[in-house]
Design a protein around this ligand. Sequence first.
Ligand code: FAD
Length: 545
Amino acid sequence: MLRLTDIKLPLDHAEDALPAAIRAKLHIGAQAIRSYSVFRRGHDARKRGNIQLIYTLDVEVADQAKLLQRFADDPHVRPTPDTDYRFVAKASEGAAHRPVVIGLGPCGLFAGLLLAQMGFRPIILERGKAVRERTKDTWDLWRKRNLHPESNVQFGEGGAGTFSDGKLYSQISDPHHYGRKVLTEFVKAGAPEEIIYVSKPHIGTFRLVTMVENMRNTIEALGGEIRFQQRVDDLLVETDAQGTRHVRGVMLASGEQIRTDHVVLALGHSARDTVEMLHRRGVYLEAKPFSIGFRVEHPQSLIDQARFGPQAGHPLLGAADYKLVHHCRNGRSVYSFCMCPGGTVVAATSEPGRVVTNGMSQYSRNERNANAAIVVGIDPADFTPYDNSGSPLAGIALQRHWESRAFELGGGTYEAPGQLLGDFLAGRPSSAFGEVQPSYKPGVHLTDLAGALPDYAIEAIREAMPAFDRKIKGFGRPDAIFTAVETRTSSPVRIRRNDDDYQSLNTRGLFPAGEGAGYAGGILSAGVDGIRIAEAVALAIGTKA
Ligand code: FAD
C-alpha cells in the first residue's frame, strides 16, 4: 500500500475528485488503482473564502515497487506504515495473579482493556459510580447545587473526560501508533467511524457515556472485574532485606484489602486525598508546572466567521475552534486551552466549598457559545506562598486557595464568579450581561475577577486579550464573559516512574499512569498511556508474545 500525503482539494469537491487526484499525483491510469481509503482528512483555513481539504490517502496500486522508485525523492509518496496493534505478552495458562488498576478514566479504561485482552483478568477499582448514576449526580450540582464529592465531573466511570467535548487529538509522539488502537477501540464501542480519519476528531458527551458502558462490558466479558464506589484509601507496601520497597496490595475505604504485586495508578488530577496518601506512604512524588486562568465565552458565530469567513457553516468544517498563545512582558505565557466549539462551560469541582470551571459539548457542537480556558503557565516556584514547606503537594494548596476564592466570589452557592471582558480590562466590577449569555450552570454571579487569581496572572491575561483580538477579530469584544476559576488544567504533581519499566522510582510493582501521574493531558494521551502501562504490567507478569 502507498501513502500519499498533502493531497489538496477544494471544500466542495466531487466524489470522483479523489481518484482523479491519485491518478494525477502518481501519473497512472484508472486501471492501476486497485483500491484507496482516506487515512486522514484535515483542512487548511488560512485563505479565507478558499478553504482546502487536505487528505492523506492509502492507495493499493498495481506496481507499488516501481512507483516507489519513481517517487523516491518525493516525501509525499511513501509505503503505508504498519499501524496494526500487536499484543506484547499474554497471561500464563491458569495464572492466579491479577493486577489491580485504580481509576476508570481513559487511562484506567485502556490499561484495563488491554490487560483483559491479554488474559490478565484485571480488577479495576473506581471510587465513583457507574456512568448513568454518575450523570444524575453531576447534573444534581449543575441543576440544584448539590455536590456529590465521590460522583461528579471528575470521579466516576469514564473519568474526567466523560462530560467533555470528547476531543480526541493530541500532540504526543506516538511511534507505536497506540493512538490508532485507542480510536479503533472507541469505534468498536460506538464512536462514529470518522474519528479514525478526521484530523481533529471529537465525540461529545452523550456518545461517550454509551461507549464507556460498552467498553466496560467488553472488559467484563474478557474476565476483568470492575468495581464501583470502591475508593482506594491505602497502599500496602513492604520493604525487602535489600531495602527495596514493593507494593503488596491496596486497602479500600471499606477496610477490605486486596492483595496484588502490580498496581496501576490511573487516578486523574483531582484525587488529592489519594495523592496525599501516596505521599504519606513515601511514594516518590514531585511538584510539576501547570496552568491557571478563566473560561471565556464568545458567540460561536463570531469564531466561525473569523476562522472560515464566507465558508462558515459548511458541514465538513463544523463549528470552528481556535488556539491562541501570547508571551507577556512579565515573562508569563497566556494560552487558550481545551477549546470547546458550540459547547457549554461546566461546574467541575470535586470538593465542597470550591468552584472550578471546564468545558464540554455534544457531538453536534451546536450550542450558541464557543468557550475555552484562557490560562497562564505557573511552576513550582509560584506555589510557595500557599505552602512553603517544600512539599511536592504545594500546587494542590494553590489550587485549593483559588478554588475556595472562586466559591466566595461567586456568592457561596456554587455559582461561578464572572465578569465581562470589557469590565475586566477596565478594572471595574460587572453588573449586567451584554449580548453574550453565559452557559455555566447553576449560574454566573457577576463581580470583579481582579482578586480571583494572583496579580501576575491577572496582569498577563489583561495583556493577552487585546493581542488575541488582533488574531481573531472580535475576540476582545467587551461583552465576552469570563468565568472563574480554571485550575484543573493538568496535575500539579508528577508521580515519577522509570523510563524503562514504567514502575515508580522507589516502589516496585507500582505503575503511575495517565494525567494524575503527569504522563498524559487529555483523553487520547491518557488512553495511549494506559496501553503503554498495560504492556509494562503484562511484560512484568506474563509471557512475552
Ligand atoms: P481521569 O479521567 O481523571 O480518571 C481518573 C479516575 O480515577 C476517576 O474516575 C476517579 O474517580 C478515579 N480515582 C481517583 N482516585 C481514586 C481512588 N483513590 N480509588 C479509586 N478510584 C479513584 N480531554 C480531551 O482530550 N478532550 C476533551 O475534550 C476534554 N474535555 C474535558 C472536559 C472536562 C469537563 C474535563 C474535566 C476534562 C476534559 N478533558 C478533555 C481532560 C481529560 O478528561 C483528562 O485528560 C483525562 O480524563 C485523563 O484521564 P485519566 O484516566 O488519566 O484520569
